[in-house]
Design a protein around this ligand. Structure first.
Ligand code: 4NP
Length: 164
């Protein structure tokens, strides 16, 4: 991925938050005309939902906002940590598991919280995208809002860090 920047979004199940972040980030990059500069994927730290399509509540919330999702859940591997430039965790549980997977070795990727790219979240030190899976319908709208703000920040960050 020397010319393209690799971004891997990671949550627990890879059926709600990280496939949403993948789709939102791709949508923003497409709208900005820079999608070709990226390899964008998502994965889960668990094996709970491998092979499954995204959660229908996430897909419907995204569709209402004009974002199309297409993904098959997979589990993150240690190789991902060297294949991608940015590994972007949704919450502290994911972050800790990814760090454990790295095994203390030097890795190509930079591990970050997604919301660290949202200035409004970083300012109040609220860096987690909460897991919406067991909650109500409102949770999916809240998660979409958070993911959208942070993905905008992440895209702007990378375009500044890695200008052509
Ligand atoms: P995600 O949400 O990590 O955003 O994909 C979850 C999906 C499934 C489960 C937990 C979180 N689960 O426990 O099955």
């Amino acid at each position: 991925m020397s010319e393209q920047t690799g971004v891997l979004f990671v949550c627990l199940g890879n059926i709600c938050r990280s496939p949403l972040a993948e789709a939102v980030f791709r949508d923003l990059a497409e709208r900005d005309g820079v999608a070709g500069r990226f390899v964008i994927e998502s994965a889960g730290t668990s094996n709970y939902h491998i092979g499954e399509q995204p959660d229908s509540r996430t897909v419907e919330t995204a569709a209402r906002r004009g974002v199309r999702m297409s993904h098959e859940a997979r589990q993150i591997t240690a190789e991902d940590l060297d294949r991608f430039d940015y590994v972007v965790a949704m919450d502290a549980g994911n972050f800790g598991r990814i760090r454990k997977l790295a095994g203390g070795a030097e890795r190509r990727s930079e591990l970050r919280f997604l919301r660290s790219f949202d200035a409004s979240a970083a300012a109040v030190d609220d860096l987690e995208v909460p897991d919406p899976y067991f909650g109500g319908a409102d949770g999916f709208d809240d998660v979409h809002d958070m993911v959208e703000r942070a993905c905008r920040g992440l895209l702007d960050h990378i375009m500044t860090e890695r200008p052509l």
